[in-house]
Structures are given as C-alpha cells and as structure tokens.
Ligand binder design. Structure first.
Ligand SMILES: NC(=O)c1ccc[n+]([C@@H]2O[C@H](COP(=O)([O-])OP(=O)(O)OC[C@H]3O[C@@H](n4cnc5c(N)ncnc54)[C@H](O)[C@@H]3O)[C@@H](O)[C@H]2O)c1
Length: 452
C-alpha cells in the first residue's frame, strides 16, 4: 500500500516536472511590483502562459490595457505579451487554481517599531490555500526571516489536507533583481532555491531554469531565506563602515572617496563601498531588522548588524548638519534659505522613493524651520512630506539653479548635467561624489567625506 502511495506521489512530481520542462504550464505571479512584474513578463515573453495577480486595481487595469509602470521593463514587451495573451492580469484570485507554478512577490515592510510585517505573505498564502490543488508548486520570493516558509506559509497550505512534497510543493527562492542595473537582470543573474522536500527543490529549480541562466539548489527554505539576508546585510554593514569613516575623514582632513579608490586597487580581499546620504529602498534598510527581530526569539542580539543600521540611518542627520553649516556661512536665516535637492529616489536612475534618505533629509530640514526647500527629480513628479504635497521643479536650468542658496545632490542620477550644476549653483553639497570629474578646484562644491 505504501509503495502504491509513493508511486502516486512520484507521478504528481514527475508530471509537474515534465510539464515544466515542456513549458506546458501556467505560471501565476502574486504581487506585480518591482519583483513580480519582471518575472511575469519574462515567462510570458518566453511563451509560457502567465497570470499576474495584484490587489492594486490601477496596476491591473494598466496591464490589461498593455501598459507598463516599471521603468526597467521594456514597455513594448509588456504590450506585446498582453496583446498575444501570454500575459493576463487580474484581481480575481480564484484564478490561482489555473496555475501550476505560483510565485509570491508581495511586500515585506516593517512596522513603525521596525518589527517584520509579514501580513502580505500571510494573505497571499491564504489566497493560494483557497484553491490549492494537487500538482501545484508555490515559490515564496519576498525577502523575509528564516523560518517564514515552513513556520508561517506551510501551515496555512497544510490545512487544505494535501501532502507537501507529494501532492503539492513549496519552496523559497530569494529575488536578486537590482532595478536600474544595466548589466544584471532576471535572465543572467543566478538564483538560489530551497524547497521543503527534495522534490520541492528540484521543481523550484526547474521552474526557475526557464527564465534564469543558473539556479543553485540549497538544502532548505531556511538556508535560502538566510542567504538573502546575508547578501543584504553584507551591503548594509559595508556601507555603514564607509559612512562612519566618511564622518571621521571630514574631521581629520582626508578624502574618503580617494581612500576607498586607493584600497580598491588591491586585487584580492577588498570590495569597494562608498558613503552617501543614507540607504533606502525596500531591501537593505529593512532586512537587517528582520534578522534582528528573529534573533531575539533565540536570546541573541545582532549587535553588529543593528549598529550598522544605526550608522546608515544617521546619515540624513549628518547631511542636514552639512546643509545648516553652509547656510550659517551665508547672511541668511534657515527660514529664508532656499535649498534645492537634486534627486529624491533612494538610488540613481530609479523612480523608487521607498525609505529614500533624500526624503528624510527634506523632512529634517522642514522640521528645523526651513521654509523654502524644493527638489528636482525627473523620475519622481511629486512627493508627500508628512501631508505636504511637493512637486518636482520642472526644468533644471542655469536660471533655476541661480535662484537657490544651496543645491544638494542627494541622488546621482545619470541624466543630471553636473557641469551645468556646479557652474551655476552658488553652493553645491555633493553627498554622492557625482561632481568628481568636473569640480576640479572649484570652491563652491562641498563633498561629503572629503575632509575639506
Ligand atoms: N524591489 C527590489 O529591488 C527587490 C529586490 C529583491 C527582493 N525584493 C523583495 O521582494 C518583495 C517585493 O518587493 P517589491 O519591490 O516588488 O514590492 P512592490 O511594492 O513593488 O510590489 C509588491 C506588489 O504586491 C502587491 N500586493 C500587496 N499585497 C498583495 C496581495 N495580498 N495579493 C496580491 N498582491 C499584493 C502590491 O499591490 C504591489 O503591486 C519584498 O519582499 C522585497 O523585499 C525586492
């Protein structure tokens, strides 16, 4: 009897495996944001029938009309896969029953107290459970703490009464997409996948192999969950190190940018990281807190990681003090000083404002009584600063720049004309070393971490 049961289980896994290998599957993607939409478009582009699910009706309507809202994705590609019906978009979650492979790509923010908020994952798992059937593979892609897949998602799916690894399959595979990166994208970036059982891992690897060049299997979802946190905390810690050194360099009169570039000439054992006004986005700022929260359950304090997060989060305050120092050198008050911030996005060449350090700097200036803080960002038409709606200054012309007492480069978008900025602004505070090639000996540029 047991042998018969096993062979039925094998049949389900084998059948799904051969459907995956033949691309004869329907892929479902829950959450069509920066992570989910590129995955959906990638499958659809390769001819795999894909259904995208989101609770945001505006996004769904845009996609249904063949429109696109993610900068990195080729809009003509979205239009063609929608027209060809390989990509469908819907808010009808009962259609999850049509999907053989389901990706969960929903947000994992933190609460105001910086505790993990995995409610979006829970809601998605509950949606999947409603129509879970034999032969479905569920892959969680949202970044989260180790144990989420097996302790939170699996129990929700298990209530349906199907057997994991036999009837249905579950894995965690972290996302590595880097919006704005012109070199590395979904197709050529290797990814890691860890399933609850061996068959879960093999199926998750096979499903990914359709859209990525290399998949690295690991022994469990927890290894894959922890691996992603290591990647992001590695960045957080190294950025914190140079941010701290940048502040020290300002005191001792040494240029941190030159120091890092010199250190980077070592061909082994060193990887350059650069200082800035702080970190933002949905990953590097949040993820350390996911791990610290989880560690406390095991009576473990991740002091080193927490300290790095603290240093990075102090950087907007440091930039505020740089700005106020420059105002103090001019015959104006804080209230009258005209400040133009260049770039609101959390990093260059993206339209993502989430946890942007530029936004934090703007908030801090307003709290301190600045009445004339404006910004220009071609990718961010408007921002809400604690209920005050602000619009991007339309054109960045010499005349615009001349109107301001201080111009602050908060995001080093490639499209900015830095020569024109340095030539026409009274004072430029450069927090990104964006003026490196053109500032020469110009006295109006104040560079973060330059020691001047
Ligand atoms: N943005 C990145 O560069 C990046 C990179 C790697 C990993 N990640 C991780 O991927 C996850 C998603 O991030 P993102 O940047 O794509 O977020 P996002 O906000 O751009 O997209 C998430 C989407 O999920 C939708 N959504 C929310 N709840 C839903 C639900 N219950 N059902 C269906 N859809 C729902 C939202 O409407 C939104 O469209 C996060 O865990 C993030 O940490 C992001």
């Amino acid at each position: 009897m047991a042998i018969k049961k096993q062979s039925v289980a094998k049949l389900t896994a084998d059948a799904l495996m051969s459907s995956i290998q033949d691309h004869a599957i329907t892929v479902g993607v829950i959450g069509l944001g920066y992570v989910g939409l590129p995955i959906a478009v990638e499958y659809a582009h390769l001819g795999v029938h894909t259904i995208g699910f989101d609770i945001d009706e505006h996004k769904i309507r845009t996609l249904q009309k063949g429109g696109n809202y993610i900068m990195d994705i080729d809009s003509s590609l979205v239009a063609s896969v929608v027209k060809g019906k390989t990509l469908e978009a819907t808010t009808s979650f009962e259609r999850l029953s049509e999907c053989d492979v389901i990706y969960i790509c929903v947000p994992t923010p933190f609460t105001p107290n910086k505790d993990p908020d995995i409610s979006y994952i829970i809601h998605s798992a509950e949606s999947v459970a409603k129509t879970l059937r034999k032969g479905q593979l569920v892959i969680l892609k949202s970044t989260t703490f180790p144990g989420t897949t097996t302790k939170y998602v699996q129990p929700i799916l298990e209530k349906v009464g199907l057997k994991i690894g036999k009837d249905y399959f579950l894995a965690f595979s972290p996302e590595r997409i880097d919006p704005g990166n012109q070199t590395w994208h979904t197709g050529n970036t290797p990814i890691v996948a860890g399933g609850v059982t061996e068959s879960c891992t093999s199926l998750a690897c096979a499903a990914h192999a359709i859209i990525v060049s290399k998949v690295i299997p690991v022994s469990s979802p927890a290894v894959a969950e922890m691996e992603k946190l290591l990647e992001n905390i590695f960045r957080s810690v190294n950025i914190a190190l140079v941010n701290e050194l940048a502040q020290l360099c300002d005191r001792i009169g040494v240029n941190i940018w030159e120091v890092v570039e010199a250190a980077a000439t070592k061909p082994f054992g060193f990887m350059p990281f650069f200082p800035g006004p702080g970190i933002g986005g949905h990953c590097i700022l949040i993820d350390p807190y996911y791990l610290s929260w989880m560690a406390r359950e095991y009576d473990f304090e991740t002091n080193f990681i927490t300290l790095a997060a603290e240093v990075n989060e102090s950087m907007p305050f440091y930039v505020r003090s740089m700005i106020e120092r420059e105002v103090a050198k001019q015959p104006i008050t804080l209230a009258k000083a005209k400040v133009l911030m260049l770039g609101m996005a959390f990093k260059k060449d993206v339209d993502d404002l989430r946890h942007s350090p530029a936004l934090k700097v703007m908030e801090l200036l307003m709290q301190d009584g600045f009445k004339n803080v404006h910004y220009h960002d071609p990718f961010i038409p408007s921002v809400d600063v604690h209920g005050t709606m602000m619009k991007s200054q339309k054109n960045l012309t010499p005349a615009t720049l001349k109107k301001y007492d201080i111009v602050v480069i908060t995001t080093d978008h490639t499209c900015f004309d830095y020569s024109m900025i340095v030539k026409n602004a009274k004072v430029v505070i450069d927090t990104r070393n964006a003026t490196k090639k053109i500032r020469g000996s110009k006295k109006n540029v104040v560079l973060l971490g330059s020691g001047s």
